[in-house]
Design a protein around this ligand. Structure first.
Ligand code: GRF
Length: 203
C-alpha cells in the first residue's frame, strides 16, 4: 500500500511512522509527506529519510474549498491507499473527506469521544481526569468524530502541566499509530458503514 502522511508541525509521529514502515516485511511504503505549512519541521524529517515532500500552503488560497480541491488533486496524483494525518491542523471539507472515505486516518490526543477539538491536554487537567490518552480514528464528515480504531491511555499525575501530559501522550502515540497503520496496510482494518471492521467483523 502507498501511504501519504500529512503534517503541520514537529512530525514526531511522522518519524515513528517512517521508522516503523521500514521494518522488514512491512507491506506499506510512505511515498510522500505533505504539509500545509512550508516551515513545518517534520518536512525535514521526511527529506532526511529520502521521502518526497510537498507543500500546499493554505494561506495562499482564498477559501477552504479551493485549498482542499488542490490538496485533493495533489494527493490523487500520488495514488494513495492510505492518507495518514499526523498533526495536520486543518479541518477538511466534506467533499474531501467523502472522496477519500475509508482511506483517511487521524490521531487525536484525547480519549475520544472526550475532548474533540483543540487544547485537549489542558481540558483533561481542568476536568480533573485521572486518565487521558490518544485515539486513532477514521476521518468522516464529523470533526474528530469518526469511528475509533484504537485508544491508548495514560495516567494523569499530580504535578502534570499540559506539556508534561502531552509528552506522556505522545510517547504512546509513537507506539500506537505505527501498529494501527501496519494493520491497515495488511488489510485487517477497514471502515464499514459507520463502524470499524477488524478482520472483517465489527470491532
Ligand atoms: C499529536 O499529539 C497528535 O495527536 C495531534 O497533533 C500532535 C502532533 O505531534 N493531532 P507531532 O507533530 O507528531 O509531534
Amino acid at each position: 500500500p502507498r501511504i501519504v502522511v500529512l503534517i503541520s508541525g514537529t512530525g514526531s509521529n511522522l518519524q515513528a511512522l517512517i521508522e516503523s514502515t521500514r521494518a522488514p516485511g512491512h507491506p506499506g511504503r510512505i511515498v510522500a509527506v505533505g504539509s500545509n505549512r512550508p516551515d513545518a519541521a517534520g518536512l525535514q524529517r521526511a527529506e532526511q529519510a529520502g521521502i518526497e515532500t510537498f507543500v500546499v500552503d493554505h494561506t495562499t488560497y482564498r477559501d477552504r474549498a479551493s485549498f482542499d480541491a488542490d490538496l485533493l488533486r495533489k494527493l490523487e496524483a500520488l495514488n494513495p491507499d492510505a492518507i495518514v494525518l499526523a498533526g495536520f491542523m486543518r479541518i477538511l471539507t466534506e467533499d474531501f473527506v467523502r472522496h477519500f472515505r475509508g482511506r483517511l486516518i487521524n490521531i487525536h490526543p484525547s480519549l475520544l469521544p472526550k475532548y474533540q477539538g483543540l487544547n485537549t491536554h489542558q481540558r483533561a487537567l481542568d476536568a480533573g481526569d485521572a486518565t487521558h490518552g490518544t485515539s486513532v480514528h477514521f476521518v468522516t464528515e464529523e470533526l474528530d468524530g469518526g469511528p475509533v480504531i484504537a485508544r491508548a491511555e495514560v495516567p494523569v499525575l499530580e504535578n502534570d502541566t499540559a506539556d508534561t501530559l502531552a509528552a506522556r501522550v505522545k510517547a504512546r502515540e509513537h507506539v500506537l499509530y505505527p501498529i494501527i497503520l501496519r494493520w491497515f496496510c495488511e488489510g485487517r482494518i477497514a471502515l464499514g458503514n459507520d463502524e470499524v471492521l477488524f478482520d472483517g467483523s465489527p470491532l
